[in-house]
Design a protein around this ligand. Structure first.
Ligand SMILES: [Fe+2]
Length: 124
């Protein structure tokens, strides 16, 4: 059974999907079950992935890492997702060269981000 808000990856073709509604079926891609990405909340080592939520002029800004995460073509943050206290969810897609941060116009109470190399991370 798929998990609501779960992020699943196909380890063959690289497709990544987000579940908006839970169903009984298993998610299959390229003939194999897709892998549920685990939300990591603790960094090990030098590189920092944990999203940091800060108040901004327009609303709230989510930055990836106390030390800004790299945004190079081979290693970057693909997207940052902010979730609000009233059920709001917004996802901002990034590309190499962008700053590893995203601004939201609602009060962000938790955030997730996806690093193309190191997977899914969540505010602890
Ligand atoms: Fe990374």
């Amino acid at each position: 059974m798929a998990k609501i808000r779960g992020i699943y990856k196909c380890n063959i073709c690289g497709n990544i999907v987000s579940v908006l509604h839970e169903g009984a079926g298993e998610l299959i891609c390229c003939g194999q079950p897709m892998q549920l990405l685990q939300e990591k909340t603790k960094d090990i080592g030098f590189e920092k992935h944990i999203p940091i939520i800060e108040k901004s002029k327009k609303g709230f800004i989510v930055k990836v890492g106390k030390i800004p995460h790299p945004m190079e073509s081979g290693h970057y943050i693909e997207w940052i997702e902010g979730a609000g206290e009233k059920g709001e969810i917004a996802r901002i897609f990034l590309k190499p060269g962008d700053k590893p941060e995203a601004e939201f116009c609602f009060k962000v109470v938790s955030a997730r981000e996806l690093c193309n190399l190191h997977g899914l991370w969540k505010t602890s």
